[in-house]
Design a protein around this ligand. Sequence first.
Ligand SMILES: [Ca+2]
Ligand SMILES: [Ca+2]
Length: 495
Amino acid sequence: MKKIIVLLFILCVCVSAYTQNKQPNVLFIAIDDLNDWIEPLGGNKQAITPNMDKFTKQGAMVFKNAVCAAPICGPSRSAILSGFLPSTSGVYGNAHDMVFSDVVKKNATLPEYFSKNGYHTLSNGKMFHKHGTKNGKTDFGAWAFDEFARGRRYNNDKADPKFLTSSKGGIINGKKSPEFKDKKSKLSWGPTKDSFEETVDYAVADWATKQLFMSVGFIKPHLPWFVPKEFFDLYNVDEIEDVIVKEDDLEDITNAEGKPLFKPTGEYKWIQKHGLGKEATRAYLANISFVDKCLGMVMDALEKSDHADNTIVVVWGDHGWHLGEKLRYLKNTLWAEAVKPPLMVRVPGMNKTIYCEKPVSLLDLYPTLVSLCDLPKKKNIEGHDFSKLLKNSKATWEYPGLTVSTAGTSVLTEAYHYIQYVSGEEELYNVKKDPREWNNLAHNKLYSKVINDLKKWVPKKRANPKKEHYQKPKNYVDADQDPTIKTTRKLSELE
Ligand SMILES: [Ca+2]
Ligand SMILES: [Ca+2]
């Protein structure tokens, strides 16, 4: 490993100013579609994630009630990197590219702000969501970094056909049958023929160990759940415990006429019909163990470097995932499973796991890192600096965690979870008494004051998305990133 240069950051990263002024490096690690099924959070006790466990035990704050600003990849990452909620930027869906947002046009993103203030930023892997551009190329967010790399492997994204399960393809354990088919669905899993060293996330982690550090984005456990067999073999499918699901959970989520607002999804029914619940759980767990190993590579390299004692490490998932809860297998809902991603933060000097119950948001990472690195306070952005919680996990924190989707807004506090849909329908859960959020209290008059207090946090205005949208090149894996966007981002003119 090269020992020179350092780096860092996360999504950002980095450091050129480091040698002059002792500002910390930042290692920013994004994990795609990771829910709370990891050892530090205990969302599924069967999970094997020794590297996440080691990382927190050696010193990190684990946020048990962190929320994402949006429950799906593109908008969640756009909010973290821009510092604006979807309701302000107009970035609610994966088709909305934040470079066209009025507020993003005027304001430096997190990595740009660090560059503006003397840091050198590097990134590899999925940090921003990708978009097509008007030149027929791809916007991977390369414009936001001083250096941008993309670790690729070209064959790994396929499962060994003998063991493939795919709802869209109508295949279960390699056997094809039309009755298995569910065209609208994207679920698929299975071991690859390729080895660990042939995967994209390995390439990204390997790059990180050689550079030394920066912003790193791993793409598993995002679908398809294809990882090498050794990770499936960590779990015996017959011993997998079923996810606890309340079969009538959706019946108390109704409109004013008492009509249910939600139904079990086709994917949920497909898994039930074919008895694949344990296999789906195992596939997701295998993908988590895979990405845990990639994270371990990066953390081991940091530990062996000269920068371990002067590096802030942030490990975050961009949103959660349902594995059967609320009768669905997906993200992009306003329920706890989707709005609560993992968030673990290490600042130099921490030496044990510290849990924090406060509902911080991934949106808060921008102002918090600015504060921790002693940069000038960034004006205009919407998150809140939580650096005081890193010193005292019980410090006063007056903000709820807000998550904004196309469907509505979720407001999470330590006591309640309130959801307000754009249609006006509501849900309320007492998360202390009902952590699985089974019992909707929204129609119970005893809670009207609680609801009135929580609904004040729902953004009053929802910015319209920009219509500008271009198709991604067909094979985006090989596509060139579009170099023209960076020329539109003049750091000296961005606030
Ligand atoms: Ca994601
Ligand atoms: Ca319910």
